[in-house]
Design a binder for this molecule. Structure first.
Ligand SMILES: N[C@@H](CCC(=O)N[C@@H](CS)C(=O)NCC(=O)O)C(=O)O
Length: 190
């Protein structure tokens, strides 16, 4: 989103896997949920991905990442919510300690990722053009790309089973903003 809005920003490291920096009191003061992301902007701290996206969209409206009719905005939100509320929380690494075995955790999270891809495919058949909603980049695309990257890299899920999803993902990966944020191009933070 920051790239899409052509904003300059600085990233601060939060190692959620090994050091679990998110669980420190220092980070809790930033995000009470002890999760990433958190955005410090305009003298405030904003947490929760959708609140961050919406804030950026409202305060930095150009280029617009919102469709221009109520129905298309609803289509965009269907996709955002499917990712942010329907898939991501059910495969978050923070759930892992609540499973008895690694295998149980993997089976559970993979199931909900697969189920989510099918939901996205069915939604995109209705809404998509070259992008998730019509022919314009929106917040739905911003939510979609990292979730699909996760499905493909972490669970080795076959996107070809979902032709619309697969077509849009391939197209989005060619976009400069998604190239910049692709894990292969992210330098490890010190
Ligand atoms: N609803 C939150 C979810 C944030 C979230 O689950 N973040 C994950 C990484 S994508 C995290 O920080 N996990 C570490 C943990 O749960 O300990 C949002 O959309 O921002």
């Amino acid at each position: 989103m920051l790239h899409a809005k052509q904003l300059e920003f600085e990233e601060l490291p939060v190692d959620t896997r090994l050091l679990k920096t998110q669980l420190t009191d220092q980070y809790r003061a930033i995000n009470p949920a002890q999760k990433v992301p958190a955005l410090m902007i305009d003298g405030e701290t904003i947490v929760e991905s959708m609140a961050i996206l919406q804030y950026l969209e409202e305060t930095r409206p150009s280029p617009s990442l919102t469709p221009n009719t109520p129905l298309l905005r609803a289509r965009m939100r269907e996709i955002c919510e499917t990712v942010v509320s329907g898939i991501q929380p059910l495969q978050n690494l923070g759930l892992k300690p609540h499973f008895e075995t690694e295998e149980q955790f993997q089976r559970f999270t993979k199931h909900w990722s697969e189920r989510g891809l099918q939901t996205l495919e069915d939604l995109l058949v209705k809404s998509s053009g070259r992008y998730c909603v019509g022919d314009k980049l929106t917040m739905a695309d911003i939510c979609l790309v990292p979730q699909l990257f996760n499905a493909v890299s972490r669970y080795k899920l076959d996107l070809n089973k979902h032709p619309t999803l697969s077509r849009i993902y391939k197209h989005l990966l060619l976009e400069d903003i998604f190239d910049k944020t692709h894990p292969k191009n992210i330098k490890p933070m010190k």
